[in-house]
Ligand binder design. Structure first.
Ligand code: GAR
Length: 205
């Protein structure tokens, strides 16, 4: 089977992107990170991509006329990489419908909460403030709503009495990297099947 062409979308640190790249390099994932699209020129993920020798495209909102123009440029850039899979890895923007339609069932996101709880920004802070005793991460196909779309896998972590947003974020992040790698591995092996809101292929007894 040909290696899948993986395009990363990221906005900041890039530790999930690094985990995916690492898994592709060491052969866990039958794929290759072929590019990074980033919406912040000073994001750490761009330094990582330079180290990996992977091309990057920066598209900043402030350089665009409006959201529609931004979405158009993002789509154009994504198409230019001809990806089999787009991994949102700490990408802090909602994807345009134009992108979602062009890459149906090919865009995956990781979110630092157990969806459908705590959608949107600061998911870990939302969990601490809500007083939940369990949180975690969700890897899901991207739908047109905020942090919706068919769930592929979830990993739970405990929330302790003295947790802050940061301590909980660290605990969740430790689970994010292997969870995302497992999903990308399954995707690149053509093991995921989507039927409506249900994804099968990773959670068998
Ligand atoms: C991760 O915790 C990821 O789940 C979260 O941002 C962090 C990025 O870290 N994503 C979102 O909140 C998306 N709404 P990273 O840049 O080191 O991968």
């Amino acid at each position: 089977m040909n290696k899948k062409r993986i395009l990363i979308f990221a906005s900041g640190r890039g530790s999930n992107a690094e985990a995916i790249h690492e898994a592709a390099i060491n052969g866990t994932v039958n794929g290759e990170v072929i590019g990074v699209i980033c919406d912040h020129a000073d994001a750490q993920v761009l330094k990582r991509a330079e180290r990996w020798n992977v091309p990057t495209t920066v598209i900043e909102m402030k350089a665009c006329r409006d959201k529609a123009d931004f979405n158009e440029k993002i789509l154009e850039a994504a198409k230019s990489y001809n990806p089999d899979l787009i991994c949102l890895a700490g990408y802090m923007r909602i994807c345009g419908e134009n992108l979602i339609n062009a890459f149906e069932n090919k865009i995956i996101n990781i979110h630092p909460a157990l969806l459908p709880s705590f959608r949107g920004l600061h998911a870990q802070r939302q969990a601490v403030e809500a007083g939940v005793k369990v949180s975690g991460c969700t890897v899901h196909f991207v739908g047109t709503g905020l942090d919706d779309g068919p769930i592929i896998t979830q990993v739970a972590v405990p929330v302790y009495d003295d947790d802050t947003e940061d301590t909980l974020a660290d605990r969740i992040l430790q689970q994010e990297h292997p969870a995302y790698v497992r999903v990308v591995t399954a995707y690149c092996a053509d093991e995921l099947k989507i039927a409506g809101h249900h994804v099968s292929g990773m959670h068998t007894k």
